[in-house]
Design a protein around this ligand. Sequence first.
Ligand SMILES: N[C@@H](CCC(=O)N[C@@H](CS)C(=O)NCC(=O)O)C(=O)O
Length: 249
Amino acid sequence: MLKLYSFGPAANSLKPMLTLSEKMEYDRDFTVHRLDPTNFEHHQDWFKAINPRGQVPALEDQGRIVTESTVICEYLEDAHPTEVKLRPDDHFDRAQMRVWTKWVDEYFCWCVSTIGWHRGIKPIAQKLSDAEFEEHLKKIPIPEQQVKWRRAREGFPQDLLDEEMRKIAVSVRRLDDHLADNEWLAGGMYTLADICNYAIAGGMQFGFAEMVNADDTPHLLRWIEQIAARPAVQRMYATVPLEKLGTRD
Ligand SMILES: N[C@@H](CCC(=O)N[C@@H](CS)C(=O)NCC(=O)O)C(=O)O
């Protein structure tokens, strides 16, 4: 059985969770092990033995570990083909799909992440004493992530936050413009491009309501609702019970 290590159904963890749910059945073909980021579980030695970068998601398949959320999704398509296809067969369409997954990984995800850290990680980091914080930093394997934690705790500079919000507005516009003329992002079908972008954009009608709303981005909103209504997406939220996610097995 496949095992996915994740923080639960959000951001990068959501990409393989959505992919798995489209293709397979929870508890029969795959399980999900949820790590608690507020306890810094992902920086504990047992998890760094699984992913030395101390980040989720990570997929365990017969004792081997695949990391990087978008790579995991592609791996599932390659190594575990099912009747559900999440990539177009046509080479041009597949290339377009990968333009969208590359864009979300290299651009869209990062600006949303900084604002997410500003809103969510800063209060967690500020609750720690200076000594606790420094002790914790030593356990973080990626130097850039150490810097990010430090900056989140001190407070990101306002000009950086403004720039990230500008990039989010550009991203939202790009998605809405494309979705005005296209039901899906690539190849006329639901693909990994939709899954990987939905993992970041899916909740923005709540967290970034001033940008993602019925007046300004009707097509993006339509696409979000269309994905949220998919049986596999609903099944994922209903059948991957939260209490099970907390246990190590
Ligand atoms: N490029 C990686 C990024 C993974 C990543 O940033 N994961 C986040 C959760 S969405 C994480 O583990 N953050 C904790 C940390 O870096 O301390 C991927 O796409 O899988």
